[in-house]
Unconditional design. Structure first.
Length: 84
């Protein structure tokens, strides 16, 4: 695997959650910098074989902003890529 993608959302109780797409990996943290470290740790724990670990971790950060003007909802998508 060369890349893994996580969907990052605001947690209802505060902070952020990250869920891997296509893998059973989940993490959460209070801020984005901590979340990056937690995601790296979760990926490393998930796959013991160093050769099969992804070389790139991609975070798709999604924020839903409710803006009630003619019933429009704005979805903001931010993309962050980093190497473990």
């Amino acid at each position: 695997m060369t890349e893994i993608v996580f969907l990052v959302e605001d947690a209802p109780e505060g902070g952020y959650t990250a869920r891997a797409l296509g893998e059973s990996i989940f993490s959460e943290a209070d801020d984005l910098q901590s979340l990056r470290e937690m995601v790296k740790d979760a990926v490393n724990c998930h796959d013991d074989d160093r050769e099969n670990r992804p070389k790139i971790i991609r975070l798709h950060i999604v924020r839903v902003i409710n803006f009630y003007f003619s019933k429009i909802m704005i979805l903001q998508l931010e993309n962050q890529v980093f190497q473990p």
